[in-house]
Design a protein around this ligand. Structure first.
Ligand SMILES: [Zn+2]
Length: 119
């Protein structure tokens, strides 16, 4: 975000505080701004919206807004769709009833790499 995004940011953050019945102080707005400022405004606005919709017991922290952003990024797959007859681009193919394995295609390679990273 840049300084030009600050009004839009404040306009999105204020309802979040309002939803929790909290007044938003300048210090708080500054803190949220500072710790989210490395992200693009559009991403931050989506994250604030998502964090507000989750409606936990407490006012979402900067960390929870970031979690909401990460959660959205995970569901918003921007990679180009891979053409594959075996897995139809999903990266997983059936090797037996109820048993899947990473596909031999590029999409499957990503799954194999992800699995290795987790293990
Ligand atoms: Zn495939």
């Amino acid at each position: 975000m840049t300084a030009a995004d600050r009004p839009e940011f404040a306009a999105a953050l204020a309802p979040l505080f309002a939803a929790y019945g909290k007044p938003m102080s300048e210090d708080q707005a500054d803190a949220y701004w500072r710790f989210l400022s490395d992200l693009p405004i559009g991403v931050v606005l989506d994250g604030i919206e998502a964090a507000g919709r989750k409606a936990g017991r407490y006012l979402p922290s900067v960390g929870q807004i970031r979690e909401a952003i990460d959660g959205q990024a995970a569901t918003r797959d921007t990679r180009p769709r891979i053409e594959c007859d075996l897995c139809e681009g999903a990266g997983w193919r059936w090797v037996a009833p109820r048993l899947v394995a990473p596909c031999v295609c590029e999409a499957g390679r990503v799954k194999r790499d992800t699995r290795r990273a987790v293990a």
